[in-house]
Design a binder for this molecule. Structure first.
Ligand code: SAM
Length: 458
């Protein structure tokens, strides 16, 4: 059992009373582990047929999760291919609370992306997800996870909650604020968090959460939903945060609140609250100063959200087109896929081409790690496809090459494979699911997996 701070234990004893011994006993058990099947690529039933015995899959969690006792699942090719995400079981309940998601969605504190990728699954490719992470290095990890999972309709940005609130007043149908917290529910999984714990830190986190929640609230449209969550047990960061938020924001009502303790739920613990913003916005004097909600404007052209046409106008994303690059991309797609994927093609300054989801808002002034699907590079003459293209659209390819497990491992290490195939671009697959893009050249398949993605050990 890990050594827990005395003060933390005293606080838990006071809070839990008769349940405290059961809570304490839960720390003698190893942490629960789980994976969430990526339903954008396959169903949980299909995954059950595919997963080897050594995944040791157990009971189902929500719609697409499974408990597991399998080892090193982060190094398995199926993980690399985005067939699943490794996620702590109680964290999955936040995505379940969100339910079906549509329209415009914001994840305000999104890295590394467990909940953002879960919500993207719930969106099923419809609408637009803005996944924000203030820390640019963590945003890069989030962006890789979004790519691996083959998510088409997501932009990964890095901005402070204040900046997001200023840019998107009363804009989103669903906002998730999975706030940084004192991490009391992470002690078993990440023992490094234990020495960081103190009552002062709990208070500091609570003050930060208040600011984050207020910013998140400003971005929710009339009739929209807000989810607040933490992986901690302190009331200052959970129940009191909710009570104080409701007092400051009479235009929100609490729809549901759940606290998962490790002695009651098979997971490490989480807190979550679901709010709804009043469908008809209150005037600023009643609505706690959230002027954003009171601005009257025409209904959005697309997105089909929950708001009743009362949203400030947010400029659409300004697409930078390049006819020659689009022609080259269309020719590439006609050859490999037989069709061109739908969306707006945008050329970034460094020659990278992206397929921008329809309905993406203006993101200028924000650091952008990902904009929809990265299609490839355009050097002014030639189009070179990106790895992300195979992960997002590989299943539609006309030219697929099935690899053995041994070939897959070599390919994921960056090796060139010996294989007779028609010369040209092709999608490489394991068990029918895409794992990357290659180029067949005279009996070999050249490897196009970016160096940063390659596996060092398997
Ligand atoms: N939602 C993520 C997931 O499911 O994978 C986990 C998010 S984690 C609990 C909180 C995130 O908030 C961290 O990535 C952290 O970098 C970010 N963060 C830290 N300070 C912040 C602040 N002041 N405002 C907004 N986000 C912050």
């Amino acid at each position: 059992m890990c050594f827990l701070p005395e003060k933390f234990l005293q606080r838990m004893q006071k809070r839990l009373g008769d349940d405290y011994p059961a809570f304490l006993a839960s720390y003698k058990e190893p942490p629960y582990r789980a994976i969430r099947v990526n339903t954008l690529k396959l169903s949980p039933e299909e995954f059950l047929k595919l997963a080897p015995q050594d995944f040791l899959l157990g009971e189902r969690i929500g719609g697409s999760g499974f408990y597991t006792e399998g080892e090193r699942l982060g190094a398995h090719p199926y993980h690399f291919m985005g067939l699943y995400y490794m996620q702590e079981p109680s964290a999955m309940e936040v995505g379940e609370l969100a339910g079906a998601c549509r329209g415009r969605v914001l994840d305000l504190c999104a890295a590394p992306g467990g909940k953002a990728t879960h919500i993207a699954q719930k969106m099923g490719g419809e609408g637009v997800l803005i996944a924000n992470e203030v820390d640019v290095r963590r945003a890069a990890v989030l962006s890789e996870n979004v790519e691996r999972m083959g998510i088409l309709n997501c932009a990964v940005v890095s901005a402070s909650p204040e900046k997001i609130a200023e840019k998107f007043p009363a804009y989103f149908d669903l906002v998730l604020a999975d706030a940084p917290c004192s991490g009391e529910g992470m002690f078993k999984k990440e023992p490094n968090a234990i020495p960081e714990w103190s009552e002062e830190n709990v208070m500091m986190c609570a003050a930060r959460q208040k600011k984050i929640l207020d910013c998140a609230a400003e971005t929710v449209c009339a009739g929209g939903r807000l989810i607040y969550s933490t992986c901690t047990f302190s009331e200052e960061e959970d129940e009191w945060q909710v009570e104080e938020f409701l007092a400051r924001h009479p235009d929100f009502t609490l729809k549901e609140q759940r606290k998962l303790y490790p002695h009651e739920f098979k997971g490490e613990g989480h807190f979550m609250a679901l709010f709804e913003r009043t469908p008809t916005p209150l005037p600023p004097s009643i609505g706690g100063g959230n002027e954003g909600a009171a601005v009257s404007c025409p209904p959005p052209a697309s997105g089909g959200g929950a708001g009743e046409g009362v949203r400030p106008r947010v400029k659409p994303f300004a697409v930078r087109k390049n006819i020659a690059a689009e022609r080259a991309f269309s020719a590439f797609c006609a050859d490999l896929f037989g069709e061109v994927p739908r969306g707006e093609i945008h050329i970034l300054l460094d020659g990278r081409m992206c397929l921008v989801p329809r309905g993406t808002p203006d993101l200028s002034g924000m650091y952008l790690s990902r904009l929809g699907v990265e299609l490839g590079e355009w050097d002014g003459k030639n189009f070179k496809p990106a790895h992300a293209l195979a992960l997002a659209f590989g299943d539609r390819a006309k030219k697929k090459i099935a690899l053995s497990e041994e070939e897959t491992r070599r390919f994921l290490h960056g090796e060139t494979l010996s294989r007779e195939a028609e010369n040209g671009w092709c999608v490489l697959c394991l068990d029918g699911y895409p794992l990357g893009i290659g180029k067949a050249v005279n009996g070999t398949i050249k490897n196009h997996i970016p160096k940063s993605f390659r596996l060092r050990t398997l």
